[in-house]
Design a protein around this ligand. Structure first.
Ligand code: PEP
Ligand code: MN
Length: 694
């Protein structure tokens, strides 16, 4: 045997020994992990111990004449792996389920970076078997998840060079899914070609456009090559293997080259040395995270259109000493110049500090959705902050403010009255600790503020002339918003069902002509997105108050929602319906009392006037009244409207028609223009007495 072959044999033997030792070491690591998993009080990391291990290793390395830098990197990797491997025991202690057989969807073909990241994230998760399902697009991968074909989808969210992947952001925000994990993959682009090919032969380079861009300087060094974009790096490698042409190469990973039988023609070809892609592991519902694991949370919100609103949102995190790791803004096509903000921060959504921050955030946002809490895989912001800066957060705690004189007097005069127990289900709609109320801004018209809001218009949109006349009448009558049903929920299938989308267009046109934002009813989840493109507010009618799929859909919409009380729904059920909408992320909900079914037949429904003060004592959301559908009779509408203002309603929604006798829907309860003007005149003194104005 020649000396080179002999020394190579020696290397192979040492490598095997090395692996054996590593396997033994991991076995011990798992034993420790299992001990930690059984004892919830045991800390996950013992940093003093880690430092001691590291220092001992470095001393030994030095004695053996090894490079401290490289030896240190090897140990760091081993420690990282060990730490993550132990987390599987925490997972097991937080769920009693046996390790499942798991299917994961990704975008691309085998050996693409997403596929490699799946291997990495599941290497230390407790699963029985792992099947990967490659799909053409991000949407298709997400569809597979929502349809239940897979348990997870792993999608890239950002790259340290190319930035955010907006499509994925928008998908996680819109779909009914939860982020349950993150993974970071170091991208190492190679030029790969058919075996035997040499660099000088290459004329065509295929890859994903982002990869081509990231290797621009390298490509410029190759004379006369054409770049061809492909939907995926590994897909490009696959096409090169099929072409079997030495002139065609791809930019892809070394793993992709191996997968498709290609050779690496050049390594480290990216312009930037550090190139990391962060992936999100997405599931249909949230997964528990052991409290000992450092967690991260992602959320999306839209701020109220008010000066300083974004600043107040960010301050909410700072006030709780929570570190933000990412802030990204995205436009919303349907509402120009209003942005969605995506935020990642350190902490779990169940942490008390996080809960406090989110409660403050809800007051300054019109949309807020927690996308998920998951084990953190990126370096902590805190690890990068010099310690003295942390002290200021501790000192910044303000002394408790003294209670108001009224509260003090009340406390002095009576032995603390038992407060009604807060309903734990009204997490988002329930009254806030300091009693502050939500103001809902509908394209410039604010509900829940000092000004009382009158909404008027016909029951149904019938035609252009009727709609323009209605808008004129509403405007003259002091209304600040226009109503009109285009999709009508009629008790009889033979009654006029509305003009549908054509009706929405006519309503919006009339609203624009008279500068009145419009509200219209949505009946089906599948229509919500389209109607939300143009209508300023979406109405959920009484008959749909518990149509939960519709509630979830408007919860996702970027428009305020007018939620009417069902005719046989309790106040609590109304609030729980609002809870559905807010849980979907939409904070702009206005409640509407519109009469309930009782034994009384003198009126169409019985206006539950007490619902107004009761609601105000239970929720921070604005409350308005619809006296038209409660009364069913024109002569009762004005008196009921006045009563509503007197008991503290934030506004009214009233049916009015230019020619009530001709109305195709609810003609008996339609007010005329004259009625509206009288209503406005009589409302003024009542509102003034309550410190409000029309
Ligand atoms: C309406 O406002 O047009 C309507 C149908 O009301 P409700 O859902 O309260 O019956
Ligand atoms: Mn009606």
């Amino acid at each position: 045997m020649d000396p080179l072959a002999r020394t190579r044999d020696e290397i192979d033997r040492l490598d095997r020994e090395f692996l054996l030792l590593l396997a033994q070491r991991m076995k011990v690591v798992r034993e420790i992990g299992s001990l930690k998993g059984r004892d919830p009080a045991a800390p996950l990391r013992d940093e003093t111990r880690e430092r001691a291990v590291f220092e001992a290793w470095m001393r030994e390395a030095d004695k053996l004449g090894l490079s401290g830098y490289f030896a240190g990197r090897v140990l760091r990797e081993i420690l990282n792996w060990s730490r993550r491997d132990q987390e599987r025991f925490l997972e097991r202690s937080s769920t009693s389920r046996p390790a499942p057989a798991v299917k994961v969807a990704y975008q691309g073909v085998p050996a693409c970076y997403s596929d490699l990241a799946i291997t990495k994230i599941f290497a230390t998760r407790d699963v029985q078997s792992l099947e990967r399902v490659g799909r053409k697009t991000f949407v298709a991968a997400m569809d597979a998840l929502e349809a239940g074909e897979v348990q997870y989808a792993l999608l890239p969210i950002e790259n340290t060079i190319a930035g955010s992947i907006n499509e994925v952001y928008d998908l996680v925000a819109r779909r009914n899914v939860s982020i349950v994990g993150e993974e970071v993959w170091p991208v190492e682009h190679c030029l790969v070609g058919v075996p035997g090919a040499v660099l000088e032969q290459v004329r065509i380079v295929r890859s994903h456009p982002v990869a081509l861009q990231q290797c621009q300087r390298f490509l410029d060094t190759l004379a006369s090559v054409t770049a061809e974009s492909s939907y995926d790096t590994a897909g490009a490698a696959e096409s090169v293997a099929q072409a079997r042409d030495a002139r065609v190469a791809a930019i892809a990973s070394e793993e992709a080259a191996a997968q498709y039988g290609l050779a690496v023609l050049a390594r480290e070809i990216a312009d930037e040395r550090v190139n990391l892609t962060r992936f999100l592991l997405i599931a249909r519902s949230a997964e528990p995270v052991d409290a000992r694991q450092p967690a991260k949370t992602s959320l999306v919100f839209a701020v109220n259109h008010r000066r300083g609103a974004l600043l107040e949102c960010l301050a909410a995190f700072n006030d709780q000493g929570i570190s933000l790791t990412k802030l990204e803004s995205r436009p919303q096509p349907a509402t120009p110049w209003e942005y969605l903000f995506y935020v990642d921060f350190e902490g779990h959504v169940t942490d008390e500090r996080v809960q406090t921050a989110l409660n403050v955030l809800r007051q300054h946002t019109n949309h807020l959705k927690v996308l998920g809490s998951y084990p953190r895989r990126t370096e902590s912001v805190l690890e990068r902050v010099p310690p003295p800066m942390l002290i200021s957060t501790i000192e910044a705690v303000e002394p408790l403010e003294a209670e108001s004189p009224v509260e003090l007097a009340a406390a002095a005069s009576c032995p603390a009255e038992p407060k009604p127990a807060a309903n734990p289900n009204l997490k988002l709609t329930g009254l806030r600790e300091h009693g502050d109320r939500t103001q809902v801004d509908v394209s410039g018209v604010v509900f829940g503020g000092e000004r009382f809001v009158l909404i008027a218009g016909p029951c149904a949109v019938e035609n252009r002339a009727q709609m323009l006349d209605s808008a004129a009448l509403a405007k003259a009558g002091g209304a600040r918003m226009l109503r009109g049903g285009a999709f009508k929920p009629r008790t009889s299938p033979y009654a006029f069902q509305g003009l549908g989308f054509a009706g929405v267009d006519l309503l919006v046109e009339a609203g624009h002509a008279f500068e009145l934002p419009v509200v219209t009813e949505v009946l089906r989840p599948e229509d919500v997105e389209k109607i939300a493109e143009t209508a300023d507010m979406l109405q959920i009618g009484a008959r749909n108050m518990q149509n939960f799929s519709l509630l979830r859909e408007v919860g996702r919409a970027r428009r305020p929602v007018l939620l009417k009380r069902g005719m046989s729904a309790t106040i609590e059920e109304l609030l729980l319906a609002a809870e559905y909408i807010m849980a979907g992320g939409n904070n702009r909900v206005i409640l509407c009392e519109r009469g309930i079914r009782t034994f009384e037949t003198a009126t169409r429904n019985t206006l539950d006037i007490s619902a107004v003060p009761v609601l105000r004592s239970r929720t921070h959301l604005p409350v308005i009244v619809d006296p038209s559908h409660a009364a069913g009779r024109r002569d009762l509408v004005v008196p009921l409207a006045l009563a509503s203002a007197a008991v503290g309603a934030d506004g009214l929604i009233i049916e009015a028609h230019p020619r009530p006798a001709e109305a195709m829907c609810d003609k008996d309860q339609a007010l005329t223009g004259r009625d509206l003007e009288q209503l406005a005149a009589q409302l003024r003194p009542i509102l003034a007495a309550r410190g409000r104005a029309l």
